[in-house]
Design a protein around this ligand. Structure first.
Ligand SMILES: Nc1ncnc2c1ncn2[C@@H]1O[C@H](COP(=O)(O)OP(=O)(O)OP(=O)(O)O)[C@@H](O)[C@H]1O
Ligand SMILES: [Mg+2]
Length: 265
């Protein structure tokens, strides 16, 4: 019998595949989504969202996409932040369905024309740059120029940048001042509260068809110490597998301790 059958689960409960509509947001993450959506509705130039790895930044961006599904905005997701300036703009071109251009200036002009066209259609363009801490300095140097239309008088595009906390520190450098001063919505995702972890585990088990408590409260307290959601996913999954293997119907603290120790080796 598989570990899923053992617990009556219809799917692996802590996998990466989760529909945008099923994401579970802590109050802090729900606030972050609301603040970013508000900045977009006000056509703000920039938004910064930072948080440690695995804390749920990309999921916040997905929840934002879900929330804005019917809004008059066009979200473009830049999936590779490691590119140099020309390739970065080419990527935006491709994502926008524009034919790639040869020179950096031509690419930039094509993106600029597109932004203006959208604004005539009453659609506000939003460029979402995930993993933005990986942006090359020459891209960062140039980003504020994207937002600099008609003598900097009209905000035609909103840049939403998400990344690790070092991105915030980088923004404080004198060199990035032009961009930083245009970013008015600056958000740091806090670590989850213990109650958030309990709710999260319950939510994901329920999505996988199990409504009963599977983890004892002291096991949940230990899972919470991992803090990043991705760590919780990994520890919880392995703990469920170990419990099933040993024919336990509950995952207690001892099982999680063993798994956590074996993962540290
Ligand atoms: N709101 C949520 N609802 C459900 N699952 C979530 C949520 N947030 C995070 N997770 C789970 O945690 C995992 C890690 O989250 P995510 O990828 O958003 O973190 P991240 O902060 O973007 O990390 P990184 O900095 O490494 O990119 C997800 O794959 C998902 O399984
Ligand atoms: Mg991410």
């Amino acid at each position: 019998m598989s570990w899923l059958d053992h617990f009556g689960l219809t799917q692996a409960p802590f996998g990466k595949a989760i529909a945008d509509a099923d994401l579970w947001l802590t109050p802090a993450k729900a606030d972050a989504v609301a603040e970013i959506a508000e900045a977009i509705s006000e056509c703000a130039t920039g938004v910064l969202l930072v948080g440690d790895s695995g804390l749920g930044k990309s999921c916040v961006l997905r929840a934002l996409r879900h929330q804005l599904a019917d809004a008059p905005v066009r979200l473009t997701y830049c999936h590779n932040a490691t590119l140099g300036r020309r390739d970065f703009y080419r990527q935006i071109c491709r994502a926008l369905g524009l034919s790639p251009k040869a020179t950096a200036a031509a690419v930039f002009n094509a993106v600029g024309d597109y932004i203006k066209e959208l604004s005539c259609e009453q659609l506000h363009p939003v460029f979402v740059i995930d993993e933005a801490h990986l942006l090359h300095q020459d891209v960062l140097d140039h980003l504020h120029i994207l937002a600099n239309y008609e003598w900097d008088s009209r905000p035609l595009v909103t840049l939403v940048m998400a990344g690790l906390p070092e991105l915030w520190d980088r923004m404080l450098l004198r060199r990035n001042r032009s961009l930083w001063t245009r970013i008015h919505t600056r958000l740091r995702l806090p670590d989850p509260e213990p109650g958030d972890t309990v709710e999260y585990v319950r939510h994901r088990l329920a999505l996988a068809g199990v409504d009963r408590e599977v983890f004892t409260s002291d096991a949940l307290a230990l899972l919470h110490e991992g803090s990043a959601v991705r760590d919780i996913d990994r520890l919880a999954t392995t703990s469920l597998k170990h419990a099933a293997r040993d024919q336990h119907n509950l995952v207690d603290r001892g099982i999680v301790v063993n798994v956590a120790n074996s993962h540290q080796r």
